[in-house]
Design a protein. Structure first.
Length: 488
């Protein structure tokens, strides 16, 4: 017995020593990050939190607080930006063309679109480090179909990255519940309610619906749309809560961050605090537990139909988790998963990892599933033209449909961030609309120069920011919305 106890103690000591070493090494490496700027250290005090976002907290009050929050952020930054950061391209410098407070409408904030005649309602939820701007295109399309649209800014977003270092997933969920109540109150009890979530917003949409299946007081969606859903993330995110343990020490303050970058993107943070990974990891774990619990007690049978769009190649979230953790457990309710394959043109083929090349084959070989699977891929290995391969629920038969859009010559795959943006997007589009400007056009960057010269990783600047297949995505979302009926 004493020997066993001694062995356990030795294992615990060794484990703690290893973990302490990992934390220390990470903290030392984090010191190499660029210096923290005011937008990394000065979080606005007026951000809304879960404790106050109860059932009596109205949307009007939320929007009023948001107005005060952005004004607090603006005035706080005016006198605190050091001279060396007063550069064109810094979204927080008042003389920069992408200064967000100069825009006729700041899409970092929540927005509503209200048609003359309301046919239904849609709650749109953006992604992590993101803003409601990412939902702008699909919001306008739904509005044109008679939908009252609320694109709600999640706490910790749209202002400064420092705010994301303090937020919790419970804050996001409380805001999501507020948004769902607000949309339902606008459209009435009988009109269809659609939830559309992108990335982390997709996770919030799923979590809200799982909660609503167990809590009758929460508004239930009639249908759900997910884009790049954050259902599973890298296992390394489990270490995030541990890695920042030394950040309270001034010498190691940068260890609270994984990325410290220039902030030139007007609608998305480039810098990323560890807390973002901590909260998304906790949220995805909650979703997994909720699915398991409801599947066990039969409650998942009442889940509304889900239409999801996912790039096969996605460095932010796990495509396999979308399939295995979510869709594999859904009831036979008409749900549909659309996968965008990478460009399998022979010119690119050997450049991809074997596991990615073979994933589709294993997916096609799966037993008949309860949902419809659609894959947009090359019609041959010798060109960029595409087809849509469709497998109906409970079937193995693959039916091919031609597509009007192919892969652009320079595009080898879609990306996590590309899906909700048309190629005409004025910031992220490959072919931007030049009638509108927000100071930068990130989608048209073509960079040549010396390596190791930029303060931003080159792959971040070359990551595809818009979706050549967006017209198809929008068409399917509108079809999905028009098929919406009241959930029994």
């Amino acid at each position: 017995m004493h020997r066993l106890l001694g062995w356990i103690v030795n294992v615990l000591v060794a484990t703690l020593s290893v973990l302490a070493t990992i934390v220390l090494i990470y903290a030392l490496q984090a010191r190499r990050l660029p210096d923290l700027q005011p937008w990394h250290t000065q979080a606005p005090a007026g951000e809304m939190q879960a404790a106050e976002l109860d059932a009596g907290f109205t949307l009007d009050r939320y929007l009023g607080r948001e107005q005060d929050l952005f004004e607090e952020t603006r005035t706080g930054l005016l006198q605190s930006i050091p001279l060396e950061q007063q550069l064109p391209g810094n979204r927080y410098w008042a003389q920069s063309p992408n200064y967000q407070w100069l825009f006729p409408r700041d899409w970092n904030r929540s927005f509503e679109l209200r048609p003359a005649r309301i046919e239904g309602g849609a709650l749109l939820l953006h992604g992590l480090t993101d803003s409601p701007y990412s939902m702008r295109a699909i919001a306008r399309a739904l509005f044109d179909r008679g939908y009252y649209v609320l694109a709600l800014r999640m706490p910790g977003h749209g202002t400064v990255p420092a705010a994301l270092a303090q937020v919790t997933w419970q804050d996001w969920m409380a805001a999501t519940r507020l948004g769902a109540r607000a949309v339902r109150s606008q459209i009435g009890a009988d009109a269809p309610l659609l939830m559309v979530g992108y990335s982390n917003g997709a996770a919030l949409s799923v979590k809200h619906q799982l909660d609503a299946l167990e809590d009758a007081s929460l508004p239930r969606a009639d249908r759900i749309v997910l884009m790049s859903p954050m259902i599973g993330i890298s296992p390394s995110a489990a270490l995030a809560r541990l890695l920042g343990r030394l950040s309270f020490i001034p010498y190691f303050v940068k260890s609270a961050w994984t990325e410290v970058q220039p902030e030139f993107n007007p609608f998305k943070f480039n810098s990323f605090p560890l807390n973002g990974a901590v909260q998304t990891r906790a949220l995805t774990e909650e979703i997994s537990r909720g699915i398991g619990r409801l599947e066990g007690n039969g409650g998942l049978a009442r889940m509304p139909p889900i239409l999801a769009f996912q790039s096969l190649l996605d460095s932010t979230v796990s495509t396999r988790a979308v399939v295995r953790t979510l869709f594999a457990h859904l009831p036979a309710n008409g749900s549909e998963l659309v996968l965008f394959d990478f460009n399998r043109n022979a010119v690119f083929a050997t450049a991809f990892k074997r596991s990615d090349r073979e994933f589709l084959r294993t997916l096609f070989d799966d037993d008949p599933r309860a949902y419809r699977l659609q894959v947009i891929t090359n019609n041959s290995e010798h060109g960029s033209a595409t087809v849509r391969k469709s497998i109906a629920a409970r079937s193995r038969e693959i039916v091919e449909h031609g597509m009007d859009v192919g892969y652009p010559r320079s595009v080898y795959s879609l990306s996590h961030i590309a899906l909700p943006f048309p190629v005409s997007d004025p910031v992220y589009g490959l072919e931007p609309d030049y009638t509108e400007s927000f100071g930068v056009r990130l989608g048209t960057l073509v960079l040549h120069g010396e390596h190791n010269a930029l303060a931003v990783p080159l792959e971040q600047l070359t990551r595809l920011g818009s979706n050549p297949f967006y017209p198809y995505l929008e068409q399917r979302v509108l079809q999905w919305a028009s098929a919406t009926g009241a959930t029994p």
